[in-house]
Design a protein around this ligand. Sequence first.
Ligand code: FES
Ligand code: FES
Length: 204
Amino acid sequence: MAKPKNGRRRVSRRKFLQTAGIGGGAVAVGLWVKSPTSLAAPSAAAAALGPGKVGITLEVNGKKRVLKLEPRVTLVEALREHLGLTGTKRICDHGECGACTVLVDGRATCSCMTLAADVQGKKITTIEGLLQGRNLHALQKAFIDHDAFQCGFCTPGMLMALKALVDKHPRPTLAQVKTAIAGNYCRCGAMPNILKAAQSVANA
Ligand code: FES
Ligand code: FES
């Protein structure tokens, strides 16, 4: 398994599916969170599901959502294609770009490398859940104030990764900010302004 400069392991989709136990009729599910050692081995207690559609209940942005999905459906597919929550972006679909980042029980998680079936009973927060009532979150305001996006494709993932950070460290250092978004790639030229926006929240 190759290890990139940012410390995150690259895992091919084939390897992910093998590790998650998908390959036959039964599925033992795995969870991909944004850390170098985060591809969890399937637990012995993981239920055998499928291969056809099964009932899957997700708690997304504080609401329970009941779906009928094949167990192989990833969280990003469930969010975008079955719940209409298209704010979460799906770009590389391989756990490499961070565009699909959502929070699972407060942890920044690549939803393209996480099976929907595996996050039942957990609290999922997407970019659509970042609003504070009718107001933008401080991070969203800071991104606007600092012109921290161009095409905007990386923006939801960046914001969710930073949300996980500031929830834990309300005044993060620049080093902590850089670590938090080390797996989120901006293909435009917005990274300097993204760092400025994050620092403005940290210094507020
Ligand atoms: S789409 Fe999930 S990491 Fe790129
Ligand atoms: S603003 Fe375009 S990829 Fe970041």
